[in-house]
Structure formats: structure tokens, C-alpha cells
Design a protein around this ligand. Sequence first.
Ligand code: SF4
Length: 227
Amino acid sequence: MCIKLSVSNCDLVNHLVDVCTTIYLPKCSLRCPYCFNLDVVDGKNLKNYTERTLTEEIINSKQKNFVITGGEALFDFSVFKLIIKIINKTNPESIQVNTNMMHPNELLWFVENVDNPLVAFDLKADLSDYYKLNPIFADTKKRFLQSLNILKINKKLKEIQCRTTLSNYVSEDTLLEMPKLLTGFGENFTWSLQDLEPKKIYSKAKVESFMRKIKSGYGIKVLHNGE
Ligand code: SF4
């Protein structure tokens, strides 16, 4: 079996808690117009592995924390499960998946079958506007809400982060409505707002004012560009 992906060892950015090895998988169930990872989505500049060579690479990374991302990590589920099997050979401290929430059945498998799971998920727009992100599925709202429910009721998750890129698809009204979806998580939940680069849509003052409203109105821990 030939597996096409990219491995980044000693990654200081992707994991919610610690340094990690990050595995980038191609393909995605959305095609966001502002995607900054299109090379990965399209499978460009990725390396070909066999199960044996990927196992060697992951074991040699000597990391204890892993992130599987993309593209969409859960898009090709057989490859995803193979990577989990390989990572488990290292007795990992944690495995994090980054997901766009369009794959609830696969997400359920992940949170039920991985020992120390972490999840970072995207909330990209009002759920009724997901069609603007060129999804391959028609039922994006249903898929997102199923995924959200899976995360809210799961008690094993060590950390959960929702990520929202402040793009043209996130109006001020949308920003004020989004927190209603994000209540019901525990202490291990954060909402991370990220400016669209290189052209910011909102000023820093505007985002800070919004963050104050969220903290006081909903008690949600909210970050802006990681701070
Ligand atoms: S979900 Fe992420 S990887 Fe997929 S197209 Fe959108 S921004 Fe790119």
C-alpha cells in the first residue's frame, strides 16, 4: 500500500499542549476559498510511504504527542486508522485530530478508540452558509451538529479547541451567534479566533471588544491569534 502524506517532526505549533509530530494528509471535504493548505489538499509535495517506512519515520521521530491534520484528517478513513495503529506502537501520550467536522462517524470512532484524544475543530461560517465553502456533502449542517454533539458528550477528551478564521464568511452578526453553538463544553475547551492573513477583516480593537462580550456573556475561554 502506498501512502501519500507529509510528516513534520518537532512541531511547536500544531498540538494544543505540547511539542509534537504532525502528519499532513491530502484531500478535503471542503474547498474553502481562502485555504492556505491547498498544496496539501491537492497532494502536492507529499512523500510516498509504505506502512513499513511510515512506521520507521514515526518511531524515529521520538515524539510522544501527535497531530493528524490535512487537508481533512478524517477524509480517507482507512489511511487515518492505519496511522493511528502505527502511532499506537510508540505508546503515545496523546493523539490530536484537526477536523472540519464533516465526518461525524469517523470522529466518533476516534474519540471512542484512542486513549488520550484531543480535537481541534473548525467553525468557519454560519452553518447555513457552509455551501459557500464548496462542500462535497449537501448535509453540512447536520454533519457539523452531529460532530459537535459527539465532542460535547465525550468525557475522555483532554483538550478541545474550536478555531475560527475571521474571513469574509464570518460577519459581525455571525460572530455574535457562533458562541451559542459553543456552550456546553467543560474547562478543557477554548475558542481560537485567527485573523485572515495577509488581509485582516477585523481590527484588533474590534476583535478585543467581541472577545469581552463572549467572555462575559458565555464564559467561554477565547483567544485571538493564539493569545
Ligand atoms: S477545511 Fe481546511 S484544509 Fe479543507 S479546504 Fe478548508 S481550509 Fe483548506
